[in-house]
Design a protein around this ligand. Structure first.
Ligand code: TXA
Ligand code: MG
Length: 326
C-alpha cells in the first residue's frame, strides 16, 4: 500500500509526476479520452508493476504515449499512411499499431512481446507537458482495474487504484469520454481494431473505407474480446420500455418508470453522450446495486459518428462475462 499523491496539473504537479515516473513509479493522468495509468515504457520493472496494479493479463499490450509524432515514430516503422494520419489527427484520440523498431528502448512487455507497438500523441496540454518533462514514452492503459469501466474523472481512478499507485494528476473530467480509435497499419490495408474517439467517418474520409477485424479470427487487439468494460449489473440493450426494477441509461426523451435514470444526452448529442457514457454506467451500476435493482436498461443509440464507439462499449458491457482483460 502506498499513499497516492493527488497532484494539480500545474508546473509543480507536472514536475512531481515526471520525477515519480522517471523513478519507476505509476502515475495516472488525464488524456482527452479517458484517464491513463502511466509508467516509463523503457523501464521493465515499472511496466511489470503497471500490469500488476491493474491486474491486467500480460498478453494484453499497452499503448505508448508520446509528446510528438516525431518521438512516436522513433520507436516504430512509420510509412506514408502513418505519417499522413499523424499529421491530420495528432494530437488526438487516434492510436496507430505499427511494427516496432528493432532494437527499441521500449520494454517488450509493453507490446506483450508482439512485433508491433501501439502509439499515440494525446492532446491535453497537461498530458503533453508531462510527456515533455519525462523525456521517455509513457505506457498507459486506461486507469481502471482490469475488466472495469474506463475512468473519466479523478474520482473514478481513486475509487479503484487509491493506495496502489504513486500519484494522480487531477485534470477534472476528460472531454471525449471514450477511448482512442485503434487502427492497425501493419497489413496491406488499415484495419480498425477499436472504434473510438476519432469517428470512423473522419478516418474513412482520410484513408478510405476501413476493414474490420476478421470475425471469429484471433482478436488482433487482445483487449477487444467480447466481454469488456463491464459494470457488475447486467445490461439490457435497445430498451423501448423500462421496468420499475431497472435503472435506465437514457438517450433523448427518457422512458418513464425506471427506478433510477441517467440521461446521456437529452438533446441526442453523441459528443455529449460519449463524454458522459462511463460516468453514467458507473453511477447506475452503484445506485442499482445499492437499491437491489435487476439490471440496467439502455435506450437505443444511433450507430453513426461517436455513436459507433458508444454502441461498441455498450455491446461489450452487455456481453456474457469472460475472463476480463482490462
Ligand atoms: O484512449 C485510450 O486509448 C486510452 C488512453 C489512456 O490513451 N488507453 C486505453 O488503453 O484505452 P487500454 O490498454 O485500455 O486499451 C488499449 C487497446 C487494447 O484493446 C489493446 O489490446 C490494444 O489497444 N493494443 C495495444 N497494443 C496493441 C498492439 N501492439 N496490437 C494490437 N492491439 C494493441
Ligand atoms: Mg482499458
Amino acid at each position: 500500500m502506498v499513499r497516492t499523491e493527488r497532484l494539480s496539473p500545474d508546473r509543480a504537479g507536472i514536475a512531481r509526476a515526471a520525477a515519480l515516473l522517471r523513478a519507476g513509479h505509476l502515475v495516472a493522468f488525464a488524456t482527452e479520452t479517458v484517464y491513463g495509468l502511466g509508467a516509463d515504457a523503457t523501464n521493465e520493472a515499472a511496466v511489470a508493476a503497471l500490469f500488476a496494479a491493474k491486474g491486467r493479463p500480460l498478453f494484453n499490450p499497452l499503448i505508448c504515449h508520446y509528446a510528438s509524432a516525431e518521438a512516436a515514430f522513433s520507436d516504430v516503422i512509420a510509412g506514408p499512411l502513418a505519417e499522413r494520419l499523424a499529421r491530420q489527427f495528432w494530437p488526438g484520440p487516434l492510436t496507430l499499431v505499427l511494427a516496432r523498431c528493432r532494437p527499441t528502448r521500449v520494454a517488450s512487455a509493453v507490446s506483450a512481446n508482439l512485433p508491433t507497438l501501439a502509439v499515440r500523441v494525446p492532446a491535453p496540454s497537461a498530458a503533453r507537458a508531462l510527456l515533455d518533462a519525462v523525456q521517455v514514452p509513457i505506457a498507459a492503459p486506461s486507469a481502471n482495474l482490469s475488466g472495469q469501466v474506463s475512468p473519466t474523472t479523478a474520482e473514478h481512478v481513486l475509487s479503484e487504484l487509491d493506495g496502489r499507485i504513486a500519484a494522480l494528476l487531477d485534470a477534472g473530467s476528460t472531454t471525449v469520454g471514450v477511448e482512442s480509435s485503434v487502427v492497425d497499419l501493419t497489413g496491406e490495408k488499415p484495419v480498425l481494431l477499436r472504434p473510438g474517439g476519432l469517428t470512423t467517418e473522419a478516418l474513412a474520409a482520410a484513408v478510405g473505407p476501413l476493414e474490420a477485424p476478421v470475425p471469429g479470427g484471433a482478436p488482433r487487439a487482445p483487449g477487444m474480446l467480447a466481454s469488456h468494460y463491464a459494470p457488475r449489473l447486467p445490461l439490457r440493450l435497445e430498451a423501448r420500455h423500462v421496468r420499475s426494477d431497472e435503472a435506465l441509461l437514457a438517450f433523448g426523451a427518457p422512458l418513464a418508470g425506471a427506478a433510477r435514470t441517467f440521461n446521456l444526452s437529452h438533446r441526442r448529442d453523441l459528443t455529449e453522450a460519449a463524454a458522459r457514457l462511463f460516468a453514467g454506467l458507473r453511477f447506475l451500476d452503484s445506485e442499482g446495486r445499492r437499491l437491489g435493482l435487476a439490471r440496467i436498461a439502455v435506450m437505443p443509440v444511433p450507430e453513426e459518428g461517436l455513436g459507433r464507439a458508444i454502441v461498441d462499449r455498450l455491446v461489450r458491457a452487455a456481453a456474457p462475462r469472460q475472463a476480463d482483460l482490462a
